[in-house]
Design a protein around this ligand. Structure first.
Ligand SMILES: [Ca+2]
Length: 230
């Protein structure tokens, strides 16, 4: 592709394969019965067959809605490459989590900004009186599998979280999955940086809590733009 666009994990058939696509899939797509659709909603012929090279060749994308173009719930793990899944899975509940915090709110911010889907809206706590540890909690509408927690922050060297425990809710108590995770921010501009806090293993849970132990304090407050889980 030209310009600033790039592609990866695409299927190529009867054409050149871009060198930049390090996970290219090649060959006939192996669709069930292409060319037989009788309406725009008649997509069954375009479902990959069992021996298609696209089976489980897609990539897991956060906040992808959890369903394919026909509404089929995605499998856990790697989906089939393309718009239609061969097999239905449990799907993923990616409804917006509820965010709460013990730190309070500053700069007219609300914890809702932590999970509103935008890296450009941020939450900040008051610029005076911050004490540690404090918590930031995400509560999911239903159980989901979490293997990492991703923080998006701008001006990270000035106000980013630098140390936190990552906990998950086991139904009756919080369980620490990663203790004293260190976070290093390399920028101090409006450009948003993302840092991932990985759990040692994936956990099915209805909530994730960060026990924040330290943060950068150039302006007295700490701030986070968005928290997502994968
Ligand atoms: Ca946000």
């Amino acid at each position: 592709m030209r310009g600033t666009r790039s592609g990866q994990d695409n299927l190529y058939h009867d054409g050149p394969v871009p060198a930049a696509d390090k996970a290219a899939v090649t060959g006939d797509s192996g669709l069930t019965s292409p060319g037989t659709a009788k309406s725009l909603t008649d997509l069954s012929g375009y479902v990959p067959s069992a021996n298609s090279p696209v089976i489980a060749a897609g990539i897991d994308i956060a906040n992808d809605g959890g369903r394919d173009a026909a509404g089929t719930a995605l499998l856990s793990g790697m989906p089939d490459l393309g718009g239609l899944q061969r097999s239905a899975g449990p799907g993923r509940d990616e409804a917006v989590p509820t965010a709460t915090t013990t730190f309070g709110n500053g700069q007219s911010a609300s914890p809702a900004a932590l999970t509103d889907g935008s890296d450009y809206t941020s939450w900040a706590n008051p610029s005076t009186g911050v004490t540690y540890p404090g918590t930031i909690t995400l509560t999911f509408p239903s159980r989901r599998t979490v293997s990492e927690v991703v923080l998006a922050t701008h001006f990270g060297q000035g106000q980013g979280i630098t140390k936190a425990d990552v906990q998950t809710w086991d139904g009756s108590s919080w369980v620490t999955r990663a203790a004293d995770a260190q976070i290093t921010w390399t920028g101090n501009t409006a450009t948003v940086e993302r840092r991932s806090l990985r759990l040692p293993s994936a956990v099915a849970t209805t909530g994730v809590r960060l026990v924040v132990k330290a943060a950068n304090h150039t302006w007295g407050n700490l701030s986070v733009n968005e928290i997502t889980t994968r």
